[in-house]
Design a protein around this ligand. Structure first.
Ligand code: ACO
Length: 385
């Protein structure tokens, strides 16, 4: 995919998951289900649930900081931050801007990307293309989700599936071949109703009626999504492998969106891949939507399943409907040489400074606003004049 001999390499990665684990047994105490049903139909054993003080942006920040630290890249050197999320903190501002501010990434553009579970691969592909054209040199691509806040905890068909977390990668331009070799982005909006949160947007803004009708939580037609997902995953993986000029024999690991072990196993059979070539951690985190692929990538790297020179296929599918894949050649050895202690102290100090600066800017803006208001008051003619 490279142009001008420029390739977008993954040079850093990081993940964050909330501490609280919610097991199948805990869910079975809330709705009519069982650990056995959930585990056999989905492969999920537990998922993480965000604490009250956590949100999509706070988790994205933690994953992004970890990725920058591995890349040894200062936040000021970032050109672009993309946060892929179906559960952003606000309609606006973008969660990516909150991350930009807290990181102190003063030279970076920042935006959110809404492509549900395919969002991370969409973001990776767009950032890689921007690097290859020479428009930018570095990017932080994050997938982050707080799905637990949009799950109907009384609906056993959906509440068993989803979890919270974030994963991130740092992309940097290099002249040697590697990094993102090819990608494909696809969509089929005719399947929009298969998986949606009906209210809260401009079509059905929040109202007493939407609340009473429970329209702010995830609705899904599971069987139809299942059928779409297996086909989409296999097709997209084939496309990027071919586009990259590879065969599946040359692919070391496929890292799919972690929605359901049965979807992954069916697609694995369709692609005639041995099981060990397909990464799975759905049992620990459930479906974390746009965060699932970068979380799985981080764990695969840390387990030593990804080595320099390996070709990987990342493949996602989800609401929209959307699906996407990317073929990536890995370049960074693992374990990464640990940073000297003074470097770690410097990173910590940098974080504290970025947070302080953000606070000063907010306070400064308020003081400035108050001064302008006072000035305006003084300049205004009184009613008697
Ligand atoms: N516990 C016990 N029984 C259940 C549960 C549950 N948690 N959920 C459904 N059932 C029952 C149903 O009520 C139904 O009973 P009935 O036949 O008496 O009516 C029966 O089990 C079968 O229901 P199905 O919905 O047909 O079950 P299925 O085998 O399809 O499994 C599942 C449901 C796990 C949701 C499956 O369809 C699936 O995984 N679909 C894909 C979902 C997915 O991955 N979505 C996300 C992808 S995109 C994204 O990530 C945003």
């Amino acid at each position: 995919m490279a142009r001008n001999g420029r390739y977008a390499h993954i040079v850093g990665w990081g993940m964050y998951v909330p501490a609280h684990r919610r097991t199948n047994d805990e869910i079975a105490a809330m709705v009519d289900t069982s650990d056995e049903w959930i585990a056999t139909r989905t492969g999920i054993k537990e998922r993480r649930i965000a604490a009250e003080h956590e949100s999509t942006a706070t988790m994205a920040l933690r994953a992004g900081e970890a990725a920058l630290e591995i890349a040894s890249l200062a936040p000021e050197a970032l050109d672009l931050i993309i946060v892929a999320s179906a559960t952003p903190d606000y309609l606006f501002p973008a969660s990516a801007c909150i991350v930009q501010d807290k990181l102190g990434a003063d030279h970076a553009g920042a935006f959110d990307l809404s492509a549900a579970c395919s969002g991370f691969v969409y973001g990776l592909s767009l950032a890689a293309q921007a690097i290859e054209t020479g428009a930018i040199d570095t990017a932080l691509v994050i997938g982050s989700e707080t799905l637990s806040r949009f799950v109907d905890w009384k609906d056993r068909k959906t509440c068993i599936l989803f979890g919270d977390g974030a994963g991130a990668v740092v992309l940097a331009g290099r002249n040697q071949r590697g990094g993102v070799l090819s990608s494909t982005l696809r969509s089929d909006g005719s399947g929009g109703e298969l998986l949606l949160v009906p209210a809260g947007g401009s079509r059905h803004p929040a109202s007493l009626e939407t609340l009473a009708n429970n329209q702010h939580t995830i609705k899904m037609l599971g069987r139809e999504v299942f059928r779409f997902a297996t086909r989409a995953m296999a097709d997209a993986a084939r496309v990027v492998v071919e586009k990259a000029g590879l065969t599946f024999d040359e692919v070391a690991l496929v890292i799919p969106h972690q929605a359901n072990s049965r979807i992954i196993e069916t697609a694995t059979r369709m692609l005639r891949l041995p099981e060990e070539k397909v990464y799975m951690n759905v049992e620990r985190y459930g479906n974390t939507s746009s965060a699932s692929i970068p979380i799985a990538l981080c764990e695969a790297v840390e387990e030593g399943r990804v080595q320099p020179g390996d070709n990987l296929v990342l493949v996602g599918f989800g609401a929209g409907l959307t699906w996407a894949a990317a073929a990536v050649q890995w370049a960074v050895p693992w374990p990464v040489v640990p940073q000297p202690p003074q470097q770690r102290v410097l990173w910590r100090a940098r974080r504290v400074f970025a947070r302080l600066r953000s606070g000063w800017r907010r306070v400064g803006r308020r003081i400035w606003g108050a001064l302008r208001w006072l000035q305006g008051k003084r300049g205004q003619p009184s009613a008697e004049e």
